[in-house]
Unconditional design. Structure first.
Length: 250
């Protein structure tokens, strides 16, 4: 159980990371290393992080629903493609060693830095036409994203944005709406895998979830997508430092 200072820090980290997750992605590149640095073993940190993700996506989805931004049928269809992969990814995650997980996480976080310094999926346009003939590519991409999300979660928002925006030609607002819905539902079976294998620290997870819930509610209500260059630069620096630590560079 974190002390008061650690709990307050974790709550704040959860709040900020969920704002990043709702608008784009990459929030878990902060929360997961923080959980590890607070003393959780990597696999338990991975499982505990899912409590916050679940709460964050619930509140974001509920907010989109209240603002009449939803399409349950389309969201459920896309979600169904991710579920088998999410379970397989979670099972794979708990089967590897802690050292390997930290190394993989470090490499993934370096990849997240690249996505932050390169243009985001929605930066070049907004209203593209749907591409129904790409159903097979949609199935493959969503199944792969489900596996990745179940395995490590970090940066899955970027992958979903890229798939929904470039393959299905969705506008950015619709992308974000579908994204939080999809992650919410595939997180349920993934979290169940971690729970059944005793890789969840509930008290820590609930503190994280509190911050992420409020952050998600706040972010989903914003009408405009902010693009603060200084925040992005600081985020890149922070992720690089944590990635190098996980890779054992210092």
């Amino acid at each position: 159980m974190p002390d008061f200072f650690s709990g307050a820090l974790l709550f704040t980290v959860g709040f900020l990371s969920s704002i990043l997750n709702v608008f784009a992605g990459g929030g878990s590149s902060i929360t997961l290393p923080v959980l590890i640095f607070m003393g959780l073993d990597p696999v338990t940190a991975n499982g505990t992080n899912r409590i916050g993700i679940l709460a964050q996506c619930f509140f974001a989805s509920a907010t989109f629903h209240r603002e009449n931004r939803y399409n349950f049928r389309e969201s459920l269809t896309l979600t169904s493609f991710t579920l088998p992969g999410a379970v397989a990814g979670a099972l794979c995650s708990i089967s590897i060693g802690d050292v390997w997980f930290e190394r993989i996480l470090g490499v993934v976080m370096i990849g997240i830095v690249l996505t932050l310094v390169l243009p985001s999926p929605g930066s070049a346009g907004s209203q593209n036409a749907p591409a129904p003939r790409r159903r097979w590519l949609t199935f493959l991409s969503m199944t792969g994203i489900g596996f990745y999300g179940g395995f490590i979660q970090v940066g899955v928002g970027f992958l979903l944005m890229a798939a929904l925006y470039h393959i299905l030609r969705m506008p950015l607002v619709k992308v974000n709406m579908h994204k939080v819905f999809i992650v919410f539902f595939y997180t349920i079976p993934a979290l169940a895998v971690f729970l059944l294998t005793d890789h969840v620290e509930w008290k820590t997870g609930l503190i994280l979830a509190g911050g992420m819930s409020i952050g998600a509610w706040f972010a989903a209500r914003l009408a405009l997508r902010s693009d603060n260059r200084m925040v992005r630069i600081l985020l890149v620096v922070a992720i690089i430092v944590m990635a190098l630590k996980l890779l054992g560079v210092y």
